[in-house]
Design a protein around this ligand. Structure first.
Ligand code: PLP
Length: 388
């Protein structure tokens, strides 16, 4: 069978072989609970591995190890920071209430957490984006209120890859007395992500977006005194996230972070070149191809295009038959037939959104994969158009 051309790395990536090798002993020989360290030789080994992984992730973010809180993924990190900061602020700062500012084109891990906060009586302001997907920092300034506890704006969008002006927004949030969070699930290990340069108080990341395992992530918290836990339980993670540590996942995340940091400069260049080559070839060979999002300020692994007159569902099925895996909306909404809320937020009509596909590259993507995609996609589009 010919190799599958996997262009859906924004949905998830393959676990790197080195990452898997790091994880395997923690399923079998090294099975102890790191919290038993001190009176168990096996617990000591687990504890050491836990702290090594914490340092590996901290290095990737230019953070301190004690600012790294392990979670079960990006969704949990996002839930924790939104719910935990608002609850803390309502109790300790604003006499029972608190306000959140976020944007209309966040991932559903943020949007649905914000909706839960609204059900619980908190207030949320949703800021729009322009036609390229950029948040205007002045809109954030205008949305701030005296009781705004948190501003949450994603670092890079999961559908169109746009990179947001986080440092500028963070300065505005801080000047208004609010804390700043960024969902960096799609940017970490793909572009340089330095929590000090970004000026953020909180950052979410997820291992499976950069060749680590699924079901493990991190909430970076500059100061653990500014929020309450979302998962209450044992004293793990300084009492900020209960539950026995997912040791195979955590050591895998640590290794993926280490490799991601090493590979970042060369991968950032390589993927941007492959992505640009793919875009130009598709534009040249298929009439009516336009880019969703910005040409410059986008993560290197992301391409999102509209193909005039094409139904993306039919195209994805036909591409799949050719051994090419791509995406329409984001993976988490793949079961829905509604147009993507991200594309709607940048002003696409329903027809334009449904004519759009996302092609996302990753560490495993080769030049040959891209050459095959450059040849196959125009052929499939021409066939669909001839049948219409
Ligand atoms: N935030 C963004 C921007 C994402 O792209 C995703 C996953 O697609 C998530 C959050 C959720 O991360 P996880 O799958 O680790 O829960």
């Amino acid at each position: 069978m010919e190799r599958i051309i996997y262009l859906d790395n924004a949905a998830s990536t393959a676990v790197d072989k080195e990452v898997l090798a790091t994880m395997l002993p923690f399923f079998t020989e090294q099975y102890a609970n790191p919290m038993t360290s001190g009176h168990s030789s096996l617990g000591d080994v687990a504890y050491e591995a836990l702290e090594k992984a914490r340092s590996q992730v901290a290095a990737l973010l230019h953070a301190q190890p004690e600012q790294i809180i392990f979670t079960a993924g990006g969704t949990e990190s996002d839930n924790t920071v939104l719910k935990g900061v608002l609850e803390y602020a309502a109790i300790h700062r604003f006499n029972g209430k608190a306000h959140l500012v976020t944007t209309r084109f966040e991932h559903h891990a943020i949007l649905h957490s914000a909706a839960a906060l609204e059900r619980w009586g908190y207030e949320v302001t949703y800021v729009g984006v322009d036609s390229k997907g950029f948040v205007d920092p002045d809109d954030i300034r205008r949305a701030l209120r005296p009781d705004t506890a948190l501003v949450s704006v994603m670092h890079a969008n999961n559908e169109i890859g746009t990179i947001e002006p986080i440092a500028e927004i963070a300065a505005i949030a801080h000047a208004g007395g609010a804390l700043m969070h960024t969902d960096a699930v799609q940017s970490v290990a793909h572009i340089a992500t330095d929590v000090d340069k970004l000026g953020v108080d909180f950052l979410s990341l997820s291992a499976h977006k950069f060749n680590g395992p699924k079901g493990v992530g991190v909430l970076y918290a500059r100061n653990r005194e500014t929020f309450l836990p979302f998962i209450d339980g044992g004293g793990q993670e300084w009492g900020m996230r209960g539950s026995t540590h997912n040791m195979p996942g955590i050591v895998g995340l640590g290794k993926a972070a280490e490799l991601g940091l090493q590979r970042l400069p060369s991968e950032e260049r390589r993927l941007a070149e492959l992505r640009d080559h793919l875009f130009h070839a598709l534009q040249e060979r298929i009439p009516g191809v336009t880019l969703n999002g910005d040409v410059q300020k986008r993560v290197p692994q992301n391409l999102n295009i509209q193909i005039e007159g094409i139904d993306n569902e039919a195209l994805l099925v036909a591409l799949n038959e050719e051994g090419i895996i791509a995406a329409g909306g984001s993976a988490c909404t793949a079961q829905e037939t509604v147009p993507s809320h991200v594309l709607t937020a940048i002003g696409c009509s329903t027809k334009e959104a449904k004519a759009s596909i996302r092609l996302s590259l990753g560490y495993m993507t080769t030049g040959e994969d891209i050459d095959r995609a450059c040849a196959a996609i125009p052929r499939v589009v021409a066939k669909l158009r001839s049948l219409a």
